[in-house]
Structure formats: structure tokens, C-alpha cells
Design a protein around this ligand. Sequence first.
Ligand code: ACO
Length: 316
Amino acid sequence: MKILGTGSALPKMTLTNDMLTQYFDTSDAWISSRTGIKQRQVMSDEHLEDLAAKACQQALENAGLKASDLDFIICSNVLDEFISPNLACRVQGLINTDCPCIHVNGACAGFIFALSMAEAYLNSHMAKHILVVAAEMPSRMVDWTERGTAVLFGDGAGAVVVGEGSQLKAMRLSTKSAIDCLYQKQYINSTPFDTQEANKTSSLQMDGREVFKLAVSASMKDIKELLADCQLKQEDIKHYLLHQANTRILDSICLHLKEDKSKFHQNIQRTGNTSSASIPILLDELHREGKLQQGDYLILSAFGAGFSTGSCLLQW
Ligand code: ACO
């Protein structure tokens, strides 16, 4: 697999920490010191498929390809307005092509799971050009009277077009069933035959401290295993692009690895946690800023509900 082009799109509305003080008892000082977040972009009158399509168009342009060149679209997404048809099908219509489309929900690690599927399709010669897009609106998952979670998230979309190549050097996926620390149930219709009470719509439930511990240990394990898989050393790695969940999680991983902080790229200060879209958005920003040089080794590492992790080592 090789990444041929990147793209991203954020909603137009900026929500600063100070603006949040009108909804609940919080402060910029609390939010920035505990999470690193100063502001996030949240959807107002936009639709998620439009953001996703914008990111996809950019990735296609950046790759120098047309939508008709695509053989597959894989969309990573947790919450969408539609249960069916999935977001990938609607994005396909917006970018005006006709290849098969599938949706994957791997929570915050979903983009890496989607990349692993793209790699498998390419290896089996089922496809030559695949669009992998992660589009998320976690601002619609939280309870806006609950300060513990509402301050953490922002919305956005990130996309890559991948084709045949040897950029991907190693990949690690893991899932360990740990439901209680991070979950959200959805409303489902009841039937005359139900013996259990139907789910009421619920918002995202999170044990922040448990998630923190799981994220740090899982990501460190993945990074060490990727390095061993490729027989590389930490000093060979130029860039770490980790899921932008929380600056303190990223700082803790960096500290435990005794790594140079400047290698751990962050945009969470501006975007908040955009779930599985966070890594492709960050990747697109670094790519457009010219920070990724040919030959550079990058580690991408994501962690989230499941508890699932996905990491990969790329040579740009
Ligand atoms: N503003 C002000 N006070 C707050 C806020 C807020 N937004 N949120 C919670 N508090 C208060 C709590 O009510 C509590 O008050 P009390 O001591 O009077 O009871 C106090 O702050 C401490 O609350 P904790 O939840 O214990 O705070 P903690 O230091 O653990 O920080 C946080 C919470 C930031 C969520 C932390 O646990 C964390 O970083 N966890 C990682 C989880 C994460 O980043 N999740 C992102 C989504 S999941 C993912 O992407 C994988």
C-alpha cells in the first residue's frame, strides 16, 4: 500500500473553551490543563457526508486521480444520521462515482482498521485505487449538560487515496473486549415479543481514568511491536501521529518512550478529539505543510472503544 493523496475538512463553527462556560460550569483553565484542547470545530448546519465528500475530493486532487479511478471506498464512522444506507454510499454519490462502498466502525481506531482492509484488497488485487475516509461527529454523541465529556470532542473528516506500493512496513490491530470504560447504546424499536426493556437513547459513557491507562499502555505496546517487526529503533522514527484524544495521553506516551516531544505531532489544541478522523486530519495537515519528507518513517497509532487499537509504520 502507498498513500497517494490526502485531504481533510472541518466544520466552519469554532467553539472555544470560553464559549463552553455558557452551557455548564467549566473553565478554559480546567479544559486546557486536563486535555490540551483550546477550541474545536463543531457541526451546526452542515451534514457529515458533505464534510466527508470535501475531504475525499481533496485527497483525489492531491493524488492526481478522478473519482472514476476508484475501485473501492471504505468509510470509518461511528455515528451517522442514517443507520442504512451507510455513509460511504452517500459519499460515493456526492463525489459521483460507482465503485463498491463499505462502512467500518472501529471507534477511534477505525481509520487504521479501514487501512488494513484497503491493504488486503490491494494485496488480493481486488482493487488498484481505494479511498479511505474517516468522518465523525462525536459532538452529537455527548450529553451537552455533562461537562465531563462534552468538552473533549470536535467534528471533522480526513481521507487518503491509497494504491499499490510498499509504503506500509508493518501493522498491528488489537481488540480486547472492555465495554464499560467507553460505550454508547442506541435507541432500538421494541417489539411485542421483547422480554427486556428497550434501550433508551443514551449519550457517550466514559471512565476517563480507565481510558487513559488503557490508551497509554496499548499504544506503547503497539509502537514497540511495530519497531521490532521492522527491526527499526526509535531514533529511526521521524514522526508519531497518535490519535488526538488528549494531550496528557500523548505526553505520557512520549515521556515513557523517552522520545523527543517535537516528533509527537498534535492538532488537538485546535480540533478537539475527532475520533477516527483525527489521524487522517493530522496526516493531511503535515503533508500539506511539507513536513513529511520522502524516506521518513512514521508511526500512526490509534486507540478507542472496544477497547481496540490500530497502529502502523509507514515509510513516506
Ligand atoms: N470542567 C470543570 N471541571 C470538570 C470538568 C470540566 N469540563 N469535567 C470534570 N470536572 C470535574 C469533575 O466533576 C471532578 O470534580 P470533583 O473532584 O469535584 O468531583 C474533577 O473535575 C475531576 O474529575 P475527573 O473526571 O476525575 O478528572 P480527570 O483528572 O480524570 O480528567 C479527563 C478527566 C480529562 C477525561 C481524564 O480522565 C482523561 O484525560 N481521560 C482520558 C480519556 C479521554 O481522553 N477520552 C477521550 C475520548 S476516548 C478516546 O478517544 C479513546
